[in-house]
Design a binder for this molecule. Structure first.
Ligand SMILES: [Zn+2]
Ligand SMILES: [Zn+2]
Length: 242
C-alpha cells in the first residue's frame, strides 16, 4: 500500500472519526494539496450535526501547498509542486453554458442542490474515490476541475483560510450591490459571511455600516465593531428598523 492521509471524517450526529485513506496515484490531470489550514463554514456546522449522513471529510475553505501535481494539471493550472494556493469549493465542468459565461459556481456538475451526485469540496462523501474531498485532512485531492488561487507566502494560513468569506463579501457588496463611497450598508447577521461583507463595504468606502445580530452573537457583534462597524444592533434588545 502507498502513503496514507489522516482525515477527520464526519459520520453524522456530531460524530467525527479519524480515518486513513491512500493518497491517489497516478496523478496526471490532478494533484494533491498538503493542507495548512481550513476554515469552518456555517454549512460545515449544519453538515456535522446532520443524521444520517454519508461519511464525509468536511471543510471547503482550504489553503496549503501543492504536494504533488500531474504533468497535465501543472500545465493547465500554471503551478508547480511547493506553490501555495487556496481552493474554491466548486468543481465545475468547464464547458457548459454557466462555465463558459463565467458563472461556473452555478455549474450542474458542482451543484448538489441541482444534481444528485454533483461533486464539490467539503460535501462529497468518502465513498466517491479518492475520498479526500475535504480540507479537514492532511491531504486534499486536487480534482482536474479545481478552481485554484495563488496565496502569497507572507499571509498567515489562518488568515488565508478566510479568503472565501471575504471574497463573498466583495462579490455581494461591491459587485452585486454596487456599494460605493459614502453608502449606508445594513448587514443582517455577523457570521463570517456578514463579517466579510463588513470588511468589503468599508474597503469600498461605505459611509455607515450597520451590523445586526442576536444576543447570542454578542462576541461577533463586538468583533464587527472592532473591524469598523459604525453601529451594531442586538435585535433581541432593540429594533433594527427604528
Ligand atoms: Zn461555505
Ligand atoms: Zn459547467
Amino acid at each position: 500500500m502507498g502513503e496514507l492521509s489522516l482525515a477527520a471524517v464526519a459520520v453524522g450526529g456530531k460524530r467525527v472519526e479519524l480515518q486513513e485513506f491512500p493518497l491517489p496515484e497516478p496523478l496526471d490531470t490532478g494533484g494533491l494539496l498538503r493542507v495548512e489550514a481550513c476554515g469552518v463554514c456555517g454549512s460545515d456546522i449544519k453538515k456535522y450535526g446532520a443524521s444520517p449522513m454519508l461519511p464525509t471529510i468536511l471543510g471547503h475553505e482550504s489553503v496549503g501547498r501543492i504536494a504533488r501535481v500531474g504533468e497535465t494539471a501543472a500545465r493547465r493550472w500554471g503551478v508547480s509542486e511547493g506553490d501555495r494556493v487556496l481552493l474554491e469549493e466548486y468543481l465545475p465542468c468547464g464547458h457548459c453554458v454557466d462555465c463558459r459565461s463565467g458563472e461556473f459556481r452555478s455549474c450542474n456538475q458542482t451543484d448538489n442542490h441541482l444534481q444528485s451526485g454533483a461533486i464539490r469540496y467539503g460535501s462529497t462523501p468518502v465513498e466517491v474515490p479518492p475520498a479526500l474531498w475535504g480540507g479537514y485532512s492532511e491531504y486534499q485531492y486536487l480534482h482536474p476541475s479545481s478552481v485554484i488561487h495563488r496565496v502569497p507566502d507572507g499571509v498567515p494560513a489562518e488568515q488565508a483560510a478566510f479568503a472565501l468569506p471575504l471574497s463573498n463579501g466583495i462579490q455581494w457588496t461591491q459587485l452585486d450591490a454596487g456599494v460605493r463611497m459614502g453608502d449606508v450598508v445594513v448587514i443582517l447577521g455577523p457570521g463570517q459571511q456578514g463579517i466579510g461583507c463588513l470588511i468589503a463595504s468599508k474597503a469600498a468606502g461605505a459611509g455607515r455600516v450597520i451590523v445586526s445580530g442576536l444576543s447570542r452573537d454578542r462576541a461577533r457583534l463586538e468583533l464587527a465593531r472592532e473591524l469598523g462597524a459604525d453601529r451594531v444592533v442586538d435585535v433581541d434588545v432593540e429594533s433594527l428598523v427604528e
